[in-house]
Design a protein around this ligand. Sequence first.
Ligand SMILES: Nc1ncnc2c1ncn2[C@@H]1O[C@H](COP(=O)(O)OP(=O)(O)OP(=O)(O)O)[C@@H](O)[C@H]1O
Ligand SMILES: [Mg+2]
Length: 450
Amino acid sequence: MLWSWQSIRARRTVATGAVAALVCVVVSIMFLFFAGNKEADTSQNRVTDAWNRVVPLIRQGPLPPVLQKGEVEAIQVVDEHGHVVAATRNLAGKPPIATFRAVRTQVSTARMLCPPTGLQGCMTVASYKVFQPQGPWLLYIAVPVVPWYGQTTSLLLAVGVSVLVTTMMTGWTYRDLTKVLGPVNAIRAELAEITATDLVRRVPVPAKYEEIRYLAETVNDTLDRLDEAYTRQRRFTADASHDLRTPITAMRTQVEEALLHPHDTDWPRMAEAVLAGVDRLQRLVTDLLTLAQLDARTSLHRDPTDLRRLVETELERRTHQKRIVKEMPESVFIDCDRLRIARLLGNLLDNAERHAASQITVRVRGDRSSATLEVIDDGAGIAPEDRRVVFDRFTRLDAAYARDANGTGLGLAIAREIATAHGGTLTIEDSERGARFVLRLPAHDLQAPG
Ligand SMILES: Nc1ncnc2c1ncn2[C@@H]1O[C@H](COP(=O)(O)OP(=O)(O)OP(=O)(O)O)[C@@H](O)[C@H]1O
Ligand SMILES: [Mg+2]
């Protein structure tokens, strides 16, 4: 994959590197200050040691002209006239390295000289007054200047460790992100190759990295549903085309036959047969249109409605071949598109009329949160294993053909879509005899609207 500043990997790697570098710089500065202070203390101790060593020699004598250096760079003793009385070997025969002295009551003072006379490099020179009977002498002790970071090795150590830590942190982050993002890239690459006609493929599910595993599983679940929906859609299109073509072919054959034998044809009967075909086509196209509208989730024209009154009206409007038993003790209010709910009820009643032996029971009940409408018949019922498929589009059970060959198999599919669009459910539930369809819808309010 190309390196891009927009990528998580680039940003996280650079951010981790920057934070690691910042932390290293802060810690290094603290460490170097500490090391510098320690080195300055050590340097001061060396000067004090030299002072302790030389002052007794000046006071008690004899003062040798050549002094031992010890751990300092140079020592020089100057008498009250400014003549060098004694010095370390590196200052032998050289003039005083400095001329400054502690003022007034002070006994010592120090200055940085770059370089002091007779020496090389920058030195911290301490000047001590040593009181002698003939006048104050000066003791100069020179030590190399201690930088703020102490020794160069401390500086190199701090820089080395900082570079190492920053590089390791950056490298680890880059490697970890590359490992973590690998499965994401694999999912992306697989998804990019999946097309609408190739929905059987699935993205790889990594064994590690729980979050990415969940992502891959969710993507695969979505692909499952898409595949299912696509297959359903294809089957629906094929079934719809078939069901539309059948009456058209039948009508065409009838008309062609009639035209071949115009004198032997019973034209009124032929017209009736063609009309029946047109009826069926019209019903099919209307059902398909209704389903398309429900699929497109076009908005419903909802009104607060008394479900009991709506059911009463629908029952009065229809003619019944079977006995209707109404169990609707009270008004139940719902928010609904009245035409759609009347259509749903009409579909259930059509089926019940077709399958009932003698009686259809219509029941309406309600509680605070939901309204229930049941349509129960005393026919053969629907076996539990068929209760899911009968809601599929163009599904008709064998028994239905025997009772009425004209059904389209779209009635229950439309009914369920209407229920879903209202936020409700339509199911087939157990009953003592026959089929029991149960519609549940959210209640509007138990109080009747004014
Ligand atoms: N009350 C019922 N009793 C027994 N079987 C039923 C009942 N209602 C529906 N079915 C079965 O469910 C199938 C699907 O019903 P659906 O209403 O979708 O289609 P249809 O009634 O055959 O045709 P359409 O309603 O489009 O005229 C029916 O063909 C029938 O086999
Ligand atoms: Mg039906």
